[in-house]
Ligand binder design. Structure first.
Ligand code: DBV
Length: 257
């Protein structure tokens, strides 16, 4: 059924994909906003190829769910599923620069080496207190609650610091029963708590001046350019689908501002 999707905001269901409940939660939370599809070329809505060795081929699927709303320029989920140990939900909400809002960013990654889980409300300009303080004041109590239940994910690159908030929830969990338990009981409610806060901030946001909009847009471009340039999925996607498809996906769908 998913293979016949013709529209980015049609229901997306990848059989056996471990992050399906997270995407379902997010789509459900967005429903009251009466979202419209966001234009995505057919070749990025649903992509399937064989990967792995000749004797042990694995089917790898990458699908995109996307929409837009009155205040969100682009909401998009990049969904990757390949066998038992490759599963990704990368979910980003890009607000219109007309609204003083951060980005919502979620990176939920399962690889043979384990789970890597990142959640944040990421600033367009970390040095701008008018932009950050109203978000951080409400995010930090939520962050503290969930962080206490998860191991720390370890250091992230210095150059990435400007793009993260102090509420960056970042953990690595082992594969298997124990890790899955924490995903169900901690990571999923944390994802929904971050998303609900984000949607509350967005609901309250009022349009800003043209000058303020231009300032926010410049910050959004720095963030988007950084994410496109450093996309940690580049290697994996290139292995699966080749360079041409991957670069076009990164630059015209995932980080298209
Ligand atoms: N990351 C993306 C997109 C992905 C994706 C669009 C389509 O931005 C997946 C998929 N992230 C992905 C994969 C890996 C990571 C790692 C496959 C593993 C790479 C590998 O080990 O080969 C958070 N994601 C990471 C890392 C960080 C983040 C810090 C580890 C750094 C590294 O290994 O290079 N990504 C980063 C982040 C957000 C984000 C903070 C937003 C909350 O989306």
């Amino acid at each position: 059924m998913s293979a016949t999707r013709t529209c980015s905001s049609d229901p997306l269901n990848i059989s056996g994909w471990s992050w399906q409940p997270f995407l379902d939660d997010a789509v459900q939370a967005l429903k009251p906003l009466n979202y419209k599809p966001y234009p995505v070329e057919d070749r990025f809505l649903w992509k399937q190829d064989q990967s792995g060795s000749k004797s042990k081929p694995v089917t790898v699927t990458t699908a995109t769910w996307a929409c837009q709303t009155e205040k969100f320029r682009q909401v998009r989920a990049a969904c990757v599923s390949g066998g038992d140990t490759t599963s990704v939900l990368n979910f980003v909400i890009n607000p219109l620069s007309r609204f003083d809002l951060p980005f919502f960013g979620g990176d939920l990654v399962t690889l043979p080496s384990g789970h890597l889980l990142a959640l944040d409300l990421q600033p367009a300009d970390k040095s701008d207190a008018d932009h950050t303080k109203p978000v951080w004041d409400r995010l930090l109590p939520i962050f503290d609650l969930w962080r206490s239940k998860l191991p720390d994910g370890g250091p992230i690159p210095e150059e990435a610091q400007p793009f993260f908030s102090p509420g960056f929830l970042w953990t690595r969990l082992p594969l298997g029963e124990e890790g899955q338990q924490l995903i169900n009981t901690v990571v999923r409610p944390a994802f929904n708590a971050y998303l609900n806060l984000y949607l509350e901030l967005a609901a309250a946001a009022e349009p800003v001046s043209n000058q303020r909009r231009d300032h926010l847009l410049a910050g959004q471009r720095r963030y988007t350019d950084y994410r496109a340039e450093k996309d940690p999925a580049r290697g994996m996607l290139t292995r699966f689908y080749g360079k041409e498809w991957t670069e076009a996906y990164i630059h015209t769908v995932l980080f298209d501002l």
